[in-house]
Ligand binder design. Structure first.
Ligand SMILES: NC(=O)c1ccc[n+]([C@@H]2O[C@H](COP(=O)([O-])OP(=O)(O)OC[C@H]3O[C@@H](n4cnc5c(N)ncnc54)[C@H](O)[C@@H]3O)[C@@H](O)[C@H]2O)c1
Length: 334
């Protein structure tokens, strides 16, 4: 099978590529990534000499290039995105450009060459589940921040291309991921990194925002199972563990690092912050037999240990802005 992975140098895309090679023989993967925020070439360094792996530095918005490229593959997976909510609040434009126009560019090529398109979306597009039951794939979507609005727009485009042009496609909507090689600005790595530098850990608002989490390997295995067994035109929710508040996650990390809870610093909440995300993922379990394998406490401990042992991975990526306690107040356009 020949797979084009877009955004494969980021956190989830690179985990997908490494795991896919481990679990499948007879596979060729090309990774197309423009090496912007979230990317790190170190993530796939061990594949440099693998003749079945190829890297192309380019942009999914580059329509002519993308059209020529896509025709050589069986499956195209789109992980490429501007992915950080805080930055989207400060500067929405790159999110509109990559997450909407980039997806449009891929869809145009897909409809020309009839390839399977796997679009990696997010549970954030359902919006706030406060006082509601868990969202299913049929729930209405109510994105509340520029990031989730652009992801929702892309989901609509994929659905419209399926209905209008009959493209083959699968959309995944996953909860918050964690694991090794996640960019330092996201909650779990940022907490660990700030603590190693003896900085307090900022918690937005009261910290009672509820999320459910998934270990990144479980997410990419779910995508793998959908490539083989997913039904074209369908959306699949992906989640793993019980819901947990942001404050509790930070406290668990403090405990794992033997630090006092006094290291928490409450800061003003970010604008538009959803109180709770909650999805039901029985559809993927019934369709593909996929189930999460990793226990949350063990996976969190492994993740903390990975960051403590791999300073050389994250040190070059961080600066004051990256570790800022209210990143949405900064100008990220420069
Ligand atoms: N991280 C999560 O918790 C989570 C949860 C659910 C869904 N998702 C979705 O999964 C996907 C991957 O997320 P991630 O956490 O790995 O993000 P990431 O920011 O770590 O990686 C994104 C990758 O896309 C690349 N990219 C960005 N714009 C591009 C463009 N125009 N052309 C080519 N490449 C481009 C970046 O260079 C980077 O390597 C995203 O679509 C995100 O919306 C993430």
């Amino acid at each position: 099978m020949k797979i084009l992975v877009c955004g494969g140098s980021g956190f989830i895309g690179s985990t997908f590529i490494r795991n896919y090679f481990q679990n499948h023989t007879n596979t060729q993967i090309t990774n197309l990534d423009n090496l912007t925020i979230g990317s790190n070439q170190e993530n796939l360094k061990n594949l440099e000499n693998n003749s079945n792996y190829k890297f192309i530095q380019d942009d999914i918005r580059n329509e002519i290039f993308i059209e020529n490229l896509v025709k050589d593959f069986d499956v195209v997976i789109n992980f490429a995105a501007e992915s950080h909510v805080d930055r989207s609040i400060a500067n929405p434009k790159p999110f509109i450009e990559t997450n909407i126009l980039g997806t449009y560019s891929l869809l145009e090529a897909i409809r020309k060459y009839d390839k399977l398109f796997v679009h990696v979306s997010t549970d954030e597009i359902y919006g706030d589940a406060e006082n509601l039951s868990s969202f299913t794939e049929n729930s209405q979507i109510h994105p509340n921040n520029p990031y989730s609005a652009t992801k929702a727009a892309a989901d609509h485009l994929v659905a419209a291309y399926h209905r209008t042009y009959g493209i083959r496609c699968i959309v995944t909507r996953c909860t918050n991921n964690f694991g090794p090689m996640q960019f330092p600005e996201k909650l779990i790595p940022k907490t660990i990194i700030r603590l190693t530098k003896n900085l307090k850990v900022p918690i937005y608002g009261d910290g009672k925002q509820i999320r459910s989490w998934i270990y990144v390997d479980d997410h990419v295995n779910a995508i793998d199972s959908l490539i083989s067994n997913g039904k074209s035109g369908e959306v699949y929710n992906i989640t793993a563990y019980e819901e947990i508040s942001n404050k509790t996650i930070v406290e668990k990390i403090l405990d794992l690092m033997n630090k006092s809870h006094n290291n928490i610093e409450f800061v003003p909440d970010r604008p538009g912050h959803d109180k709770r995300y909650s999805i039901n993922c029985s559809k993927i379990e019934t369709t593909t037999g996929w189930k999460p394998k990793y226990d949350f406490e063990t996976a969190l401990k492994q993740t903390v240990n990975w960051y403590l042992k791999n300073l050389q991975w994250w040190e070059p990526l961080i600066d004051e802005k990256m570790l800022h306690s209210q990143p949405w107040t900064l100008d990220w356009s420069k």
